[in-house]
Design a protein around this ligand. Structure first.
Ligand code: PMP
Ligand code: GLU
Length: 396
């Protein structure tokens, strides 16, 4: 069977793969504790569900405009002004099938073959694959774990070439949880201004910050905002991962280009989910406050327990719901004659031996680390990390 080079060159998503594997093991009755899924373990609030039910019952089940219904685009524009101090018209906002598809559309809209996109590492697994699918070339600039994974603007500046088209900013960060300081974000914006390149600001974890403030790069100035494409969505802050509602906000010409391509690919995202998203954006922020308080407690516990394991070193994440410990201290050790030499080896060992699912760091650009989502119960955290500690103690 003929498969295109493009399809052959695309890696599967390791985050989705681990999540699916842990789920299927559980369904087979295997007692797996999963730190895989990057999704809140809270249910979508009732007011949001009710809006969707009402949409179905009132027959709101047909195509909508590709870029989304006007009340949703306006509710998103209102949100961007309210929360981020960003003034966009509804026409400068488009609704997509999750933030993931907003990002996909952005790379398609801005990359010509050979164009480079600077991606600070560690990075979310989908950026490089999406850049490559657009014919672009990912260029990595790796942040130091000793610097708590805050990227170094000087290194980013040094990576700029005449082919650089964009720099990705993802703060709070998946997988490191790092919240980039305002000064670092400003310094990255200066680089973009100097060279006239885009800033892609993935702000999906903006609400998940612990004792710090989220800062949107687009809020620096009108000039910076013109170069910025803000990406966000309903998945994390409103516990709506399955509804598939994300969005992008940018200059009208770019949004129009993305909408043209969405016209020819997915069309609009689900009509019912759009109604639910309007309700979510208009509701008071009760759930997110509750979730953030719970994540904050779990964060303290998981980071402490991970750091207690010999060979682990886990920086304290300022945001998102991921711990990203360096586990290279256990590399070179063996179990039953099999040596662990990489994050893939170690994740496989933990799954087989400890029945704990974690995501190997390799897919995030850092093979010395593993990612654990703490969007799971405190009980799972305590039991799961105890299992990891025991499995590590069996290595020699
Ligand atoms: N960006 C980052 C950094 C993510 O971790 C995710 C995963 N949820 C997304 C974008 C995409 O989220 P969604 O497509 O569910 O909106
Ligand atoms: N973004 C989440 C994660 O990193 C969900 C899975 C995905 O889409 O990659 O786990």
């Amino acid at each position: 069977m003929y498969i295109s080079q493009r399809a052959k060159n695309t890696l599967p998503s390791p985050t989705l793969a681990i999540t699916a594997l842990a789920k299927s093991m559980k369904e087979q009755g295997i007692d797996v504790i999963s730190f895989g899924a990057g999704e809140p373990d809270f249910n979508t609030p009732d007011v949001i569900n009710k809006a969707a039910i009402e949409a179905i019952e009132s027959g709101f089940t047909r195509y909508t405009p590709t870029a989304g219904i006007e009340p949703l685009r306006q509710a998103i524009a209102d949100k961007l002004l309210r929360d981020n101090g960003l003034s966009y018209k509804a026409t400068e906002v488009m609704v997509t099938c999750g933030a993931k598809h907003a990002l996909f559309g952005i790379f398609q809209a801005i990359c010509d073959p050979g164009d480079e996109v600077i991606i600070p590492a560690p990075y979310w697994v989908s950026y490089p694959e999406q850049v490559k699918l657009a014919g672009g070339v990912p260029v990595y600039v790796t942040a130091d774990s000793a610097a708590n994974f805050i990227p170094d603007p000087a290194q980013i500046a040094a990576a700029v070439t005449p082919k650089t088209r964009a720099i990705v900013i993802n703060s709070p960060n998946n997988p490191s949880g790092a919240v980039f300081p305002e000064a670092v974000i400003r310094a990255i914006a200066e680089i973009a201004l100097k060279h006239g390149i885009y800033l892609i600001s993935d702000e999906i974890y903006e609400k998940m910050v612990y004792g710090t403030e989220h800062f949107s790069v687009a809020s620096i100035s009108d000039e910076v905002k013109k170069l910025t494409i803000v990406v966000n969505g309903m998945s994390k802050a409103h516990a709506m991962t399955g509804w598939r509602i994300g969005y992008a906000a940018a200059e009208l010409e770019l949004i129009k280009a993305m909408v043209r391509m969405q016209d020819q690919s997915t069309s609009n995202t689900t009509s019912i989910a759009q109604k639910a998203a309007v309700a979510a954006l208009k509701a008071p922020e009760g759930l997110v406050t509750e979730m953030v308080a719970a994540f904050n407690e779990r964060r303290a516990v998981i980071v402490q327990l991970l750091n207690d394991i010999p060979g682990f070193n886990c920086p304290n994440p300022g945001g998102a719901f991921y711990a990203f410990p360096d586990v290279s201290g256990v590399y070179g050790k063996s179990f039953n004659g099999k040596q662990i030499n990489s994050s893939d080896d170690f994740a496989a060992y933990l799954l087989n031996e400890a029945r704990v699912a974690v995501v190997p760091g390799r897919g995030f650009g850092l093979d010395s680390n593993i990612r654990l989502s703490y969007a799971c119960s405190m009980d799972s955290i305590r039991q799961g990390i105890a299992r990891i500690a025991e499995a590590v103690s069996k290595l020699s």
